[in-house]
Design a protein around this ligand. Structure first.
Ligand code: GLN
Ligand code: ZN
Length: 744
């Protein structure tokens, strides 16, 4: 059974109208019963297969069945028996926890914005549940589709689990053999097994991991009772792993040949060609599944002919891009012509499979995209280019140094262990309703603005009442901390329906950086000024930093991230100047995504950290010494990049810490000179921490941080919480601070 000529690595699961999200959330909320949930999600899967066949993935096994209710890593872990769930509700408890059980940890899937659940290895023997994957194959078969069942590979599964324990690889491979045998019994002729761990720098050194993979895969493929195996290597180029996997001789092998991969590893096609033997069908992952730009099909044709294969796929799963451009009604026409979402990428795959499809239309679209983008005036802005060119090279340094700034900032008159919050206050149902009405034109600008001002006033009053020291306006005007700025900056476009799964039922709609970025007018000043007018205490101006804006957007492929970051930094620096002129003396520049963009390859990390830190410093570069610059980080462990966090040279750094009980403070050494606010309230949980609990965390922090440098604040913004939690929790937070200060 030969491998299909055109295929994809995976497809968005969430549904064109976010059907999966709705089904999950309705089921969790008890609005639909299990039977309805199962039939709705069944219908979604079959509709998706029908849709993909209609798009031309009509060869047997061309459609990957990368099916999961919540996460593909969890699905594989349950299938091969690394994890167990007695029923659907037990499965969701692994994802979300309940009153008694904590959920599995969640973390980034390679360097994407998708988050997977980290399987926890227990000491128990692996006990595979192949019926899960067999059911997926059989339900498709019953609907007339021979789909390709999908598994995360054994090496990747172990590499991503906790603890990382490769001594169990033989046992795990045996479990995979059981699953493959069951698939073979069910009549499946192909299975897809993904090993992206071999393209990344994980905790295990590359050659060592390659050796483990070589043995595991030789063993797995020695099984005779199994479907043909399509072994895939998305998210970068294989290094030592290439020979290891090629020697194991799977029936088909996929390699990632996206432009970014080729740029980082120009010899990759030649190495692949040399390594892969006759018995293996080579599948060229040429169409970029990571971003939304229309592919340059002529360039890809070139790579394809170099490789000498006739089988084409995407570089990675299309789960990272939105469904289709057909759902976009307000994109500028020229920009729409430059983009390809999942469905448009499938047409690109097919165009490259010469002779099987009518490629003329796809090539014409690609040619037009390349030409009109090159000629467009939307990409380049001479004023921005000049400003960036005039910037000093290398690292920049705010003057004077922290020690003098801290003196200048005494004018703020803050007490010992000052209290503050991270920015957002609860986005109540009323606020969201007002935003929807405003967007639909049912609430006019004036009334909407009045509604938001009312909210800001309430938030300021509440903070005054609770006795917080540095106030915030609460961010009611922001739908999202990145989208808000993207809508106000020149150089971005935003989509109507460009939803991408972030984790579970959560989706985001990343903006797209199309051209040079500039700021037509002030973006946050009116809100900050209004909030400050309501209080004698300092109110923080609130900005999202360049790295986070880029991390949560689709970025340009014609300039480097570093260049876009400089441009965004200049726009934000202008905003800082305007905030200062409006009398704002404390400005927070959020960079929660600083860790997220850290490259997978260790050798690429120093360069990233250089430009990332520089872009932050550019935003603050010309701030007056009396202006206290805050930053905020969350969502990950920062130990690995703590030097870079220190290097931001902010005056105050608030950082998520409550869940890890201040563990990160052990990483803070002399190089970290700024003031610091390790979060003492885990806002991801609805629990209201007691005064005693928070006081204990403050005292724990004081072991590592001197009292003059410690701040007291929650872990993150409060936008997902309710006032019923926020009010008592913040009251306790202030009381906890008072208690600790009284005992000093
Ligand atoms: N200022 C933002 C807020 O409070 C920060 C959010 C974040 O760190 N993710 O919502
Ligand atoms: Zn945060």
């Amino acid at each position: 059974m030969s491998f299909p000529h055109s295929t994809i690595e995976g497809y968005p699961r969430i549904g064109r109208n976010r059907e999966l999200k709705r089904a999950l959330e309705s089921y969790w909320a008890g609005r639909i019963d299990q039977e309805t949930f199962l039939s709705t999600t069944h219908a979604l899967r079959i509709d998706t297969y029908n849709h993909l066949r209609d798009l031309g993935l009509s060869e047997d096994y061309a459609i990957p069945a990368d099916v999961a209710y919540y996460d593909q890593v969890l699905e594989t872990a349950l299938t091969v028996g690394v994890l167990h769930a007695a029923d659907l509700d037990a499965e969701f408890t692994l994802c979300r926890g309940n009153d008694t059980d904590t959920p599995l940890e969640m973390t980034k899937w390679f360097d994407t914005n998708y988050h997977y659940l980290v399987p926890e290895l227990s000491g128990d023997a692996f006990d595979p549940a192949p019926e899960r994957i067999v059911r997926i194959f059989e339900e498709a078969l019953a609907a007339g589709h021979k789909v390709r069942p999908y598994l995360v590979g054994p090496v990747t599964l172990l590499a991503l689990s906790k603890p990382v324990d490769f001594s169990r690889v033989d046992e795990l491979v045996a479990a995979y053999k059981t699953v493959l045998a069951a698939l073979s019994d069910a009549g499946a002729e192909w299975v897809q097994i993904a090993e992206p761990a071999l393209t990344a720098d994980l905790s295990v050194p590359d050659p060592e991991l390659a050796a483990i993979a070589g043995e595991a895969w030789t063993d797995l493929l020695s099984a005779t009772d199994r479907p043909n195996v399509y072994l895939t290597s998305p998210y970068g180029s294989l290094r030592a792993g290439l020979d290891a996997l090629a020697k194991a001789a799977p029936e088909a092998l996929h390699v990632d040949l996206a432009p970014a991969t080729l740029q980082a590893d120009p010899d990759y096609p030649a190495r692949v060609r040399a390594a892969v033997g006759e018995q293996t069908t080579l599948v060229a992952g040429l169409i970029d599944g990571r971003n939304i730009w229309a592919g340059d099909l002529r360039a890809k044709e070139q790579v394809l002919s170099e490789l000498g294969t006739k089988h084409v796929s995407t570089s990675v799963s299309l789960q990272h891009v939105p469904h289709t451009l057909n759902d976009e009604k307000s994109l500028p026409v020229d920009v729409a012509g430059w983009l390809s979402f999942a469905d448009e990428k499938i047409a690109e795959v097919q165009a490259l499979v010469a002779g099987r499809f009518d490629a003329a239309e796809a090539f014409a679209r690609s040619d037009r995209a390349v030409r009109t983008r090159a000629e467009s005036t939307k990409l380049h802005n001479a004023v921005v280019a000049k400003r960036v060119a005039d910037l000093p090279e290398g690292q920049v340094q705010r003057e004077p140094a922290f020690a003098q700034r801290v003196e200048a900032q005494r004018s703020l008159g803050l007490p010992k262990l000052p209290t503050t919050t991270i920015g957002s206050f609860p986005q109540t149902a009323e606020i969201r309703r007002a935003r929807t009405l405003h967007r639909n034109g049912e609430l006019n600008d004036v009334d909407y603005d009045a509604r938001l001002r009312e909210e800001v006033r309430d938030v300021i009053e509440l903070q005054e009442r609770l006795g917080l020291d540095v106030l915030v306006h609460g961010e009611p005007e922001r739908n999202d901390m990145v989208q808000y700025f993207a809508e106000l900056l020149e150089g971005f476009v935003t989509t109507d329906n460009g939803w991408v799964q972030s984790y579970g039922s959560r989706c985001t709609r990343p903006p797209i950086v199309v051209g040079d970025v500039s700021r037509p007018e002030a973006m946050t000043v009116e809100w900050a000024k209004y909030a400050q007018s309501l209080s004698d205490k300092p109110v923080k101006g609130m900005l999202t930093g360049p790295v986070t804006i880029l991390a949560w957007s689709f970025t340009r492929d014609d300039v480097t991230l570093a260049e876009s970051a400089d441009q965004i930094a200049l726009a934000l620096a202008d905003e800082v100047a305007d905030l200062e002129a409006a009398g704002i003396n404390v400005i927070q520049i959020d960079e929660p995504a600083l860790r997220e963009l850290l490259p997978l390859r260790a050798d690429a990390r120093p360069e990233y950290l250089d430009w990332a830190v520089r872009s932050f410093r550019l935003v603050a570069l010309n701030a007056a010494p009396t202006t206290q610059i805050h930053t905020h980080l969350c969502y990950s462990e920062f130990g690995q990049i703590i030097d870079a966090v220190a290097g931001l040279d902010a005056d105050v750094t608030s950082i998520e810490a409550a869940r890890s009980r201040m563990e990160l403070l052990e990483d803070i050494d002399e190089t970290f000179h700024s003031e610091i606010g390790p979060g003492i309230w885990d806002i991801h949980s609805p629990r209201v921490p007691s005064v005693a609990e928070m006081a204990e965390l403050i005292r724990a922090a004081l072991v590592n941080v001197p009292v003059e440098r410690l701040w007291v604040n929650p872990d993150c913004g409060l936008k997902t919480r309710s006032y019923a939690e926020v009010e008592p929790a913040l009251r306790n937070l202030v009381l906890a601070r008072d208690e600790v200060v009284a005992a000093l």
